[in-house]
Design a protein around this ligand. Structure first.
Ligand code: SRM
Ligand code: SF4
Length: 514
């Protein structure tokens, strides 16, 4: 059942050996045992690596307090599901919180291993799963955050995203067919005109396109970020209708990646490296063979012709008399009480649905025209405002040093403090997208930002201090392009001054202090 790596590759990296020894998914059968013996008694590889196949992340920064990464297909959950997640983190008091992620998903913190069997039971009963959300698996599949409610939508992505997830994870139970990929794999399905999902930074992306008058998707492949290399996705020269072909093509591409992807050097294992080695023509024909029928060539143009929307504020839906509210969640951080409150708001004003965006924010859809005014008086909206200040508005941050052992700097708190202070001193007519990421892994996507800040260590006055490399020029939406590093090694304590200058000179900010 477990797929063996490409036989022609003789040298295997450390992680390939770990996987060859025992598939990560198999620890699912051992959870009760782990819960009994405790994390200290667990075999190190199971603890630090294999548990991630189930979405359970050992955090060396907070030993014994695990992170649980969910799957949230298309970023959508119900109020009941949110309440279950809130109850899970509430139990852990000050240790418990949650983060909305840059993949339209949610991670829970403070989790104790002894509670996992019960937590998994609760998640299953509530129709949720964390299966295959970490390590060499397909990450949360993103889709248009306003799918099914946007008047300008081309394709409703919700069902397709769910079907692709169900295929990959065997309806959330775990699927050995796709648990031994050479590396992580990102999939996005866009249904609108504004590239809400950052199609270009996914290993596989579907973007709406008309072919011979029919609406479907052009297919992009190979986009990724890593410490060594970042690349935008390239066209596969394929078009698929918006039906099960999306699922089947995803399956075919994943199978080709699994069977032929490079496994010797972990730094060169993402899909783009295989495409480089083979050339796109060979990759396409191998995928076609696996797909089992001829792939239609791509439509000449796709339909991505808008700037990216942030979805914040109140917006009319395509359903007459209904609106969606985009709430700003500062750096995506949620606490139990706020999660309960979001669930309540979704029930009282909407139809119990809550959505996440890749900007780490929340959307509550289906609010009736006549209820908007009362909705806006809710006290939760003082913190999670629909109209944040320009620099807080588009702020995104990865986890950083508080919980992530890869981090070279603290991110979330610093990002928020800095944005608040700059909003106090500068007047801006438009939002500026600032993305923080704590290390070169780029989880906070600094390359898609107007201003991207990547954590690093810097020497200053004979001391090693926290600093950032500065990225600029990222463009999202139509004609998306990746930003590049324009300055290295800025000490964090110099950032207020450095960013003020950039915001004034490049983004038209005016000082409020003059
Ligand atoms: Fe990431 C590893 C957090 C989105 C590239 N990422 C990690 C780990 C698991 C490292 C670890 O074990 O500590 C981080 C967990 C920290 C924690 O406690 O939260 C982590 N990544 C995140 C999240 C939570 C950042 C956030 O605050 O939103 C995002 C979770 C998304 C999700 O729901 O699944 C997250 N990570 C991303 C993205 C952005 C995206 O997908 O659009 C990227 C860049 C895009 C890409 O992968 O192509 C990203 N994460 C990485 C990498 C570099 C991958 C590579 O090929 O080299 C690593 C390190 C690795 O995999 O070896 C990594
Ligand atoms: Fe951790 Fe680095 Fe990813 Fe931030 S970018 S979450 S510091 S791995």
């Amino acid at each position: 059942m477990v797929q063996s790596p490409n036989k022609e590759q003789t040298k295997l990296n450390k992680f390939e050996k770990i996987k060859a020894e025992k598939d990560g998914l198999s620890v699912k059968e051992e959870l009760e045992k782990f819960a009994k013996i405790g994390w200290e008694a667990m075999e190190k590889t199971d603890l630090e690596h294999r548990l991630k196949w189930l979405g359970i992340f050992y955090r060396p920064v907070t030993p014994g307090k695990f992170m649980l990464r969910m799957r949230t297909p298309n970023g959508i959950l119900t109020s009941t599901q949110m309440r279950v997640l809130a109850e899970i983190v509430q139990r852990y008091g000050d240790d418990g919180n949650a983060d909305i992620t840059t993949r339209q998903n949610i991670q829970l913190r403070g989790i104790r291993l002894e509670d996992i069997p019960h937590i998994f039971e609760r998640l299953k009963n509530a129709g949720m799963t964390s299966m295959q959300s970490g390590m060499d698996n397909v990450r949360n599949i993103t889709g248009s955050p306003v799918a099914g409610i946007d008047g300008n939508e081309l394709i409703d992505t919700r069902e397709l995203v769910k079907k692709v997830q169900d295929m990959i994870t065997n309806n959330g139970e775990g699927n050995y067919q796709f648990t031994n990929l050479p590396r992580k794999f990102n999939i996005a399905i866009e249904g609108g005109r504004d590239n809400s999902v950052h199609a270009e930074i996914n290993d596989l992306a579907f973007v709406p396109a008309y072919k011979e008058g029919k609406l479907g998707f052009n297919v992009l492949v190979g986009g990724f970020f890593s410490a060594k290399r970042c690349d935008a996705a390239i066209p596969l020269n394929a078009w698929v209708p918006p039906n099960d072909d999306v699922v089947e093509l995803s399956k075919a591409i994943l199978s080709v990646y699994r069977d032929y992807g490079l496994r010797a050097n972990r730094q060169k294992s993402r899909l783009m490296w295989l495409i480089d080695e083979w050339g796109i023509a060979k990759f396409r024909s191998t995928v076609e063979g696996e797909f089992g029928k001829a792939l239609a060539t791509a439509a000449a143009d796709d339909e991505i012709d808008w700037d990216k929307r942030d979805c914040l504020g109140i917006h009319p839906q395509k359903q007459t008399g209904l609106n969606y509210a985009g709430l700003h969640i500062p750096v995506g951080r949620l606490y139990a009480k706020e999660m309960f409150d979001l669930a309540r708001l979704a029930e009282v004003y909407g139809d119990s649905e809550i959505r996440f965006t890749v900007e780490q924010n929340v959307i509550i859809p289906h609010i009736k025209d006549e209820n908007i005014d009362t909705f806006l008086t809710e006290s939760l909206l003082e913190k999670f405002t629909i109209a944040p200040k320009p620099l807080q508005k588009a702020l995104v941050s990865c986890t950083g040093a508080q919980f992530c052992n890869f981090a070279l700097v603290e991110t979330k708190n610093r990002a928020l403090d800095l944005a608040k202070n700059l909003d106090k001193t500068l007047e801006l007519s438009q939002a500026v997208r600032i993305h923080w990421t704590g290390c070169p892994n780029s989880c906070g996507q600094p390359q898609v930002a107007d201003i991207g800040l990547m954590g690093t260590k810097v020497r200053k006055n004979g001391q090693t201090v926290e600093g950032v490399d500065l990225y600029m020029g990222g463009k999202v939406g139509k004609d998306a392009r990746l930003g590049t590093c324009v300055k290295k090694g800025i000490p964090c304590d110099e950032l207020p001054e450095v960013l003020s200058k950039i915001l004034i000179e490049d983004f038209g900010a005016k000082s409020k202090l003059n």
